[in-house]
Write a protein that binds this ligand. Structure first.
Ligand SMILES: Cc1cc2nc3c(=O)[nH]c(=O)nc-3n(C[C@H](O)[C@H](O)[C@H](O)COP(=O)(O)O)c2cc1C
Length: 215
C-alpha cells in the first residue's frame, strides 16, 4: 500500500474563505444556490454542476454516485439517467434522495434532500436531442448498471448503435430525467477552528424558513 496512507492522520486543510453570515443569504434557496453555482463556475471548479446522488435500496442500504445537474427549474433539481439502472430501481421503491454538491475548492458544500419524480418524456426528448452524438449513442449502447463481460462488448454495442441510428439516434425509451423536489437545502461554508457556517432552508407552511445549524 502507498505510504500516503500513513499520512492520512496528518492531512487537514484550514478554512480561510470569507464566512457565510445570515445577512448574506438570499431569502430564496434557489437564488442562493444559483449564486453559489455561479461562484463555482467563476472559480473554474471542474464539473461545477456535478453532484453526488444518494439513494437507498429496498433494504434501506444507501448508495451514492455522481450525476450532473442539468436544470434548476420550477424549484426542481433535474438530472438524467437510465431508467433501468440501479439508481432507477432504488427510486422506484423509495423516492427519497439526496444531492450533495462538493465545492471543496471554495470550502463549500450544498446538501439537498427531497423526493424524486420522473420528468415528462417530451422534456427529456428535448434535452436528449441537445446532447453530443457520442453521448446519445452511448445511452443506447450501455445497459447501465448491468454486468458486461468485456470492454470490447461495450465498444461493439456502441458500433452497432452507430450502424443502426447513424447521426440521429432518438431518445431511448429507457432513458429520461428525474426531478428532485427539495424539502431541505443546506449551505455550508468552512470556517476557522472548525467553526463552520451552516444554514438550512426548510419549507414550513409553504414558506422557506432558515435555521443556522451547529457545525
Ligand atoms: C462527474 C460524473 C458525472 C456523472 N453524471 C451522470 C449523469 O448525469 N447521469 C448518469 O446516469 N450517470 C452519471 N455518471 C455515472 C454515475 O456516477 C454512475 O456510475 C451511473 O449512473 C450508474 O449508477 P447506478 O448503477 O448507481 O445507477 C457520472 C459520473 C461522474 C463521475
Amino acid at each position: 500500500m502507498s505510504s500516503i496512507i500513513n499520512d492520512l492522520h496528518a492531512m487537514r486543510e484550514h478554512y480561510d474563505q470569507p464566512p457565510l453570515r445570515r445577512e448574506d443569504l438570499n431569502s430564496c434557496p434557489f437564488m442562493q444556490f444559483s449564486n453559489w453555482l455561479e461562484d463555482a463556475v467563476k472559480a473554474k471548479i471542474y464539473d461545477p454542476n456535478a453532484c453526488s446522488l444518494a439513494t437507498v435500496d429496498g433494504l434501506g442500504h444507501p448508495v451514492s454516485r455522481a450525476v450532473l445537474l442539468k436544470a434548476l427549474e420550477n424549484q426542481e433539481f433535474v438530472f438524467y439517467s437510465n431508467y433501468n439502472s440501479r439508481k432507477a430501481s432504488h427510486l422506484s421503491k423509495n423516492v427519497h434522495a439526496c444531492l450533495h454538491f462538493p465545492w471543496f475548492a471554495l470550502q463549500r458544500q450544498v446538501i439537498v434532500t427531497g423526493k424524486v419524480e420522473k420528468i415528462e418524456t417530451e422534456r427529456a426528448k428535448t434535452y436528449f436531442a441537445s446532447r453530443p452524438l457520442e453521448s446519445r449513442l452511448g445511452a443506447w449502447a450501455s445497459e447501465q448498471s448491468k454486468e458486461i463481460d468485456s470492454r470490447e462488448s461495450l465498444e461493439r454495442s456502441y458500433l452497432e448503435m452507430q450502424e443502426r441510428f447513424g447521426d440521429d439516434p432518438p431518445k431511448p425509451p429507457h432513458w429520461g430525467g428525474y426531478a428532485l423536489v427539495a424539502d431541505t437545502i443546506e449551505f455550508w461554508q468552512g470556517g476557522p477552528s472548525r467553526l463552520h457556517d451552516r444554514f438550512m432552508y426548510q419549507k414550513v407552511n409553504g414558506q422557506w424558513a432558515i435555521q443556522r445549524l451547529n457545525p
